[in-house]
Design a protein around this ligand. Structure first.
Ligand SMILES: N[C@@H](CCC(=O)N[C@@H](CS)C(=O)NCC(=O)O)C(=O)O
Length: 205
């Protein structure tokens, strides 16, 4: 049975669909639109109690959390072994850190930045200062980790690029990448891939 993706427009789950396109596996989409508050509709709670996207249904299971979904797909639905996680302990530890970092650490400061951009002036000072320092910290960290490589771990696209490029595209949408041209180019490089373009076209964003 094809994998089903519960996709909320517009958000991170297009990156999950991109992964499926890169993997070349069959999938079907159930598409949801945000409500007038910009939140997921209640109907998404039928797929998973958190009512967040992405959620996939695969092999008789329902799986939430982008990183868990990515790992599951790489370990179970990668016929060509393109995204197979490394097994050598030191390499695997580094790989896992890069895989989990986007959702685990980098996302929250960007979310705060997004929420602050919607707050009227005067902005709450403590939260603004914390957020700016965290955004600088994380964008600087990703810039240094990327260096002059085309992808986060080297010359080839790997599983951690899915989450890393989501973070960079979100930062770009928030107009935070003026001082980080390599991160902007990285997000654009990932999103220019034919598989991403197909995902964007099929999902509507
Ligand atoms: N940590 C979760 C976050 C999921 C999440 O917050 N998704 C957003 C879409 S980008 C969402 O569903 N937001 C709608 C809402 O919270 O109402 C993951 O990695 O999947």
């Amino acid at each position: 049975m094809a994998i089903k993706v519960h996709h909320l427009r517009v958000g991170r789950s297009v990156f999950t669909v991109w992964l499926l396109e890169e993997l070349g596996v069959e999938y079907e989409l159930e598409i949801y639109d945000r409500n007038e508050m910009g939140r997921a509709p209640d109907s998404l709670k039928k797929a998973h109690p958190l009512g967040k996207s992405p959620v996939i249904e695969a092999d008789g299971m329902t799986i939430a959390e982008t990183t868990a979904i990515a790992m599951y797909l790489a370990e179970n639905h990668d016929p060509n072994g393109v995204f197979t996680p490394p097994t050598e302990p030191a390499e695997r530890a580094q790989w896992l850190q890069t895989l989990m970092y986007p959702e685990g650490s980098a996302f929250v400061p960007l979310l705060l930045k997004l929420l602050l951009s919607r707050e009227a002036e005067p902005k709450p000072m403590l939260i603004s200062m914390f957020t700016q320092a965290e955004v600088d910290l994380h964008l600087g960290f990703i810039r240094d980790r990327l260096g002059d490589k085309p992808y986060i771990l080297g010359d080839a696209l790997s599983l951690p690029d899915i989450g890393m490029s989501y973070i960079c595209s979100m930062a770009n949408n928030l107009e935070l990448l003026g001082d980080y041209p390599t991160l902007k180019a990285y997000a654009e490089r990932c999103m220019a891939r034919p598989a991403f373009q197909r995902a964007a076209e099929k999902t509507g964003g």
